[in-house]
Design a protein. Structure first.
Length: 565
């Protein structure tokens, strides 16, 4: 009866932990794991500018908002805003469909044509967006006077809007009116097959006195999780900064809201980015360009990350140009490595990066050979099992010895059940005589745990798994198995592994050995199919190796079934 009570208490304790985790998710501003509510809608109201001093950046993001004047600078004359008619310019390449707003020449929409939407697979994935539901835009402008900002309506030069066959690039040119004796000419250039967009800013001094403006480049987005993202496993969404001195730094939205953001404030290298699961955007400047880095809360649920670059003094009639790049696309590691040092770190593996990067490289090489990401996962797990074969062999050999002496242990426990101290001494004597180390099966397996956790993060983070089919019913390795076949097989394989392992002498431990796998297996019904395939393959290979070693050692495989009584 006491054993049954203890079992019930363990089950209650396990579910309590799940409920506490659920509340912790809500406390940290994330969706609940179970019964998540709808994400708050981002309104199109005008956010207030924040910051202080001449370096403060106008950060109004809404397309329909009135002009916001830079803090510490003269207000932009309202009549200048209507000097040109506001229009939207749509540009298409083979991988991107972009929408620019002539108000500031800002990039307000970026549709990735080779990636399907997570919620509606018939649509293409929209990374940048400016709508009633979402705000995520890229903006640039000048501060330090009544100069053109991202709220200044600009003239759009005529030209091609679609990259045609045989063409490798096209440009869109925006020219501001004369404001404060300064004209800003902004030219966006897109290239075939590329997710990086060149942006040239030319500042022309049309006045009679020298000017020294600062150019800001910023990404503004709401603090919501991306639509359709699973709340069962947590991935980072928010701004990030990379510099050679401070390396990669992620900042939570709530830390920005509470003025606790800890990041590099200035540098002559690196980038600023907005990161989410599988995708990212980032402003890149030439190496050696000195820049200030800022993050701030714009409105109730809007945040910005950006850079400020001083353009030095520009004489009357002279001009100065600065080239930048905006990356807006999938986190393909090999592609990002070529764009800027450290950009591949937006695909965040955490503290296991040193293991995850070579595992991703090996997975990528296997895919080049096999041509299927599902089979590449199977092949990678097989190679890892071969690499760790001798460690696993020692672990399973130790388990086999434990299984061989288990009858003696069980008989002794029954005989000395009222003498716990003598029972412990007798147990140690049996282990010593039989040359059995109770921990011998754990240590070799523990060494491998970081490798398999690193592989877990590789599969969870790799955009290549998105919409990648495996076989038959599995059409997307980044989504849960639609028929739950893989999770069911995963659960059965876990139970089979438990049955093959020697039963712990303690009855309560023996029961928990069966209860915990069942509770753990529930998560796999919500995990991406690629992750479940990885664990299932690992389980099957482990069972085969354990069976082989037990047979070789003369310990026939036995199924230790649970005894709940």
């Amino acid at each position: 009866m006491n054993d049954i009570r203890r079992t019930i208490l363990w089950v209650i304790f396990g579910f309590s932990l799940v409920l506490i985790w659920d509340k912790w998710q809500l406390h940290n501003g994330k969706q609940a794991t179970f019964f998540p509510g709808p994400a708050p809608v981002v309104t199109a109201s005008a956010p207030a500018a924040s910051g202080a001093g001449a370096s403060a950046v106008p950060v109004s993001a809404s397309a329909s908002a009135p002009a916001a004047a830079p803090v510490g600078a003269a207000a932009v004359p309202a009549q200048v805003e209507t000097a040109a008619s506001r229009e939207r310019v749509e540009v298409s390449t083979d991988v991107l469909r972009l929408t620019f707003d002539s108000e500031g020449g800002s990039l307000t929409h970026a549709e990735l044509l080779q990636h399907a939407d997570l919620v509606d697979g018939s649509k293409k994935f929209m990374l940048l967006d400016d709508s009633a539901q979402r705000v995520y835009v890229a903006q640039t402008g000048l501060i330090g006077g009544a100069f053109p900002t991202h709220k200044t309506v600009m003239n759009v030069a005529p030209g091609a809007r679609e990259l045609k066959d045989g063409e490798n690039e096209l440009s869109v040119r925006f020219e501001s009116p004369d404001l404060g004796g300064v004209k800003l000419v902004k030219t966006w250039t897109v290239k075939r097959g590329a997710y990086d967009i060149a942006v040239r800013h030319e500042v022309v001094n049309t006045g009679t006195a020298p000017v020294a403006p600062k150019l800001y480049l910023q990404l503004v987005r709401d603090g919501n999780k991306p639509p359709g993202e699973s709340s069962f496993y947590s991935t980072f969404t928010g701004p990030a900064v990379f510099t050679q001195d401070k390396k990669y730094q992620k900042v939570e939205f709530k830390d920005i809201a509470e003025n606790k953001a800890d990041h590099a404030k200035e540098s002559s290298n690196g980038y600023v980015a907005m990161v989410q699961h599988y995708f990212a955007s980032a402003w890149l400047l030439p190496e050696g360009t000195q820049r200030e880095i800022f993050m701030r809360k714009v409105d109730a649920n809007l945040y910005s990350v950006g850079m400020l670059v001083a353009l030095d003094s520009i004489a009357p009639g002279a001009s100065k140009a600065l080239d930048a790049q905006l990356f807006a696309g999938p986190q393909i590691e090999t592609m990002m490595e070529k764009l800027s040092p450290g950009l591949e770190l937006v695909k965040d593996y955490g503290w296991l990066t040193i293991l995850s990067k070579p595992l991703y490289w090996l997975l990528d090489q296997l895919h080049k050979i096999l041509g299927n990401w599902g089979w590449s996962i199977v092949a990678l797990v097989l190679l890892l099992k071969i690499a760790f074969y001798w460690l696993n062999a020692k672990a399973y050999a130790s388990m086999a010895k434990m299984k061989a002496v288990n009858p003696k242990i069980m008989e002794m426990r029954e005989r000395l059940k009222d003498k716990p101290q003598q029972m412990q001494q007798e147990m140690m004597r049996i282990y010593r005589e039989e040359k059995v180390n109770p921990m011998g099966g754990c240590f070799p397996i523990m060494i491998q745990i970081p490798v398999f956790i690193a592989l877990y993060w590789v599969l969870l983070s790799s955009v290549e798994m998105r919409n990648a089919p495996w076989v038959g019913w599995v059409h997307d390795l980044s989504a849960p198995d639609p028929f739950f076949i893989l999770p069911v097989l995963m659960t059965l394989s876990t139970l089979l592994q438990t049955a093959l392992n020697p039963a712990p002498p303690d009855p309560m431990q023996a029961k928990m050995m069966w209860i915990m796998p069942l509770m753990f297996s529930v998560m796999f019904f919500f995990f991406p199919a690629g992750l479940v395939l990885y664990w299932l393959t690992n389980n099957i290979l482990s069972i085969a190796q354990q069976w082989l070693i037990n047979t070789r050692m003369g310990v026939p495989p036995q199924f230790n079934l649970p005894k709940f009584k």
